[in-house]
Design a protein around this ligand. Structure first.
Ligand code: ADP
Ligand code: MG
Ligand code: MG
Length: 507
């Protein structure tokens, strides 16, 4: 029809336009009745798109796919279409991002608070204890981090009953998918445009996702702050990493597209090293410069080192300590890492604790509004309730990367076991209010197969923070990641195989 091109001067035409407009803002929820043939066509196009645009991961079934780039690639697990999300909650999540960045920075400076809050956890959690030892050592040596870089992702679920946007956690180390997440938004926008007639959806309702640019810009600016033109940016990586393309997107992005003024003046190089390699090749010069091989390291970006399995021997711990002792800008520093633990999240949710770190009352209120119920296992009333009604709680150890939490009847069993043992082991965990997001039908794609299932989503907002001794250089919300998982699954990790990458359709 040509009506879209006609001037709207008669009543009839205006009506016609209105219908067109309404059609173009059809809610996502109508989409579970799409013609299966159309779904198959879109799925095919999505698969082609992912392949030619690098929305890919290493394929589990190909042994070398985690080591050698270009070998055994498969499309990342994705949702075929974006997930509907209310615009007001979207804005809320974006708005608090710089406040959370600032909060993490302030908390990181309070070594006593970190040590004190985690002191009981330290006694029962060997991994956290090792991290804290490095932290203590830095405190004793009076080590200062004047230039601080945070690349965070704060995750939320929208609780269906209360309509509250509640924070699941904030990731201060190895927040993943800034690269692939940006691509998913592009893919969805492209599909919505291509199938505009059939779907009647408006691609402009998928917010631009500049996560990869924002992170790359922050890394480049941090490198600039380090002020050594010969220094490089070092990515700390796992020995095997099937999510390597997400990381490569970041390093290819950063000299050129986001920071043009840099590439003309300098040549920023990134290198990738495992913790074991850093132990083998790293030396500290008397002035604090970290050399790996013969390269000076300006910025260290961790995409490993967040899980006990990343430290199979003393070698990896030596590498972590060496880096911490150096003058390189660490993303994250040991303090930022600890500030992102679940125990600290729970401590910050206690009355009057935020006030210790933030002055602005509005900021405090905005942050507090996002806090779900969080408790230590010392709270006997809560423990009693969790034993009686375990389905309303999640029990969390101090771990990252998905697959570590305890749900449902296991909460009851674990709490009872801890009570019987009367052990200090209590301190390894926190309890959190279980959040129940809306369940909606979704098309999930994995291994080239598209299937429909009931799913729920978790919204991640990326935040970049950079400061030097005098000034905050960057404190921004930059991009997002929607992750959607089948509703029968408790956990939400994409890499762990529970969820798919998704984007947001604002309504
Ligand atoms: P990790 O650091 O391992 O990602 P999270 O705290 O993010 O740990 O928990 C992992 C997953 O468990 C989340 O992505 C989410 O799907 C689920 N989850 C965590 N906390 C809650 C909660 N309070 N209510 C409902 N689901 C939760
Ligand atoms: Mg995490
Ligand atoms: Mg998480």
């Amino acid at each position: 029809s040509s009506s879209a091109l006609s001037p709207i001067n008669s009543g009839g035409r205006a009506e016609e336009m209105k219908t067109q407009e309404e059609k173009s803002t059809q809610p996502m929820s109508d989409l579970h009745n799409i013609d299966p043939e159309l779904i198959q066509r879109m799925a095919y196009d999505a698969l082609v798109w992912t392949s030619i645009h690098g929305l890919v991961v290493g394929d589990k079934s190909v042994p070398r796919s985690g080591k050698v780039p270009g070998v055994g690639l498969v499309h990342a697990p994705i949702a075929l279409l974006p997930m509907s999300f209310p615009e007001n909650h979207w804005k809320q999540a974006c708005e608090v991002s710089p406040i959370f960045n600032e909060l993490i920075d302030r908390v990181s400076l309070d070594g006593e608070f970190l040590q004190e809050s985690l002191s009981r956890t330290k006694m029962v959690d060997a991994f956290t204890s090792r991290l804290m030892d490095i932290h203590s050592q830095m405190l004793e040596n009076g080590k200062r981090e004047e230039i601080r870089l945070g690349l965070h992702r704060s995750d939320y679920m929208l609780d269906e009953q209360t309509k509250l946007l509640l924070q699941i956690e904030i990731n201060t180390i190895s927040a993943s998918f800034p690269g692939l997440g940006s691509l998913v938004s592009e893919l969805h926008r492209s599909l919505l445009n291509q199938y505009k007639e059939q779907l009647g959806l408006d691609s402009r309702r998928i917010p631009r996702n500049a996560a990869v640019n924002g992170f790359a810009e922050a890394l480049a600016k941090a490198w600039e702050e380090y002020s050594n033109p010969r220094a490089v940016v070092m990515f700390v990586v796992q020995t095997e990493e099937r999510n390597m393309y997400d990381q490569h997107w970041l390093s290819t992005e950063f000299p050129f597209s986001c920071f043009p003024q840099l590439c003309n003046t300098y040549d920023v190089t990134t290198i990738r090293k495992t913790l074991a390699e850093i132990d083998e090749q790293g030396v500290l010069q008397p002035d604090g410069t970290l050399l790996v091989g013969d390269q000076a390291i300006g910025v260290i970006y961790f995409r490993a080192g967040y899980a006990p399995t990343d430290y199979p021997s003393e070698s990896e711990w030596r590498a972590r300590l060496l880096m911490e002792q150096s003058s390189a800008i660490k993303c994250p520093s040991i303090s930022y890492h600890l500030a992102g633990t679940k125990k600290i999240q729970q401590e910050l949710a206690k009355p009057n604790v935020l006030e210790r770190f933030l002055e602005n009352k509005d900021d405090i209120a905005k942050i507090r509004k996002c806090f779900a119920g969080l408790w230590s296992l010392d709270d006997s009333d809560i423990v009693k309730d969790a034993i009686e009604r375990p389905e309303f709680y999640v029990m969390k150890p101090q771990r990252e990367g998905g697959g570590n939490n305890i749900y449902g009847d296991d909460v009851r069993k674990s709490l009872l076991r801890l009570q019987e043992e009367g052990a200090e082991e209590n301190a390894a965990y926190i309890l959190m209010q279980r959040i129940f997001p809306t369940i909606a039908p979704t098309y999930l794609m994995r291994d080239g197969i598209c299937h429909k299932d009931h799913a729920m989503s978790e919204l991640g907002i990326y935040g970049a923070y950079l400061r030097n001794k005098e000034n905050v250089i960057m404190n921004e919300q930059c991009g997002y990641l929607m992750r959607t998982k089948v509703s029968s699954s408790n956990e939400g990790g994409v890499a762990a195989g529970f969820a798919v990458l998704d984007s947001v359709y604002l309504n």
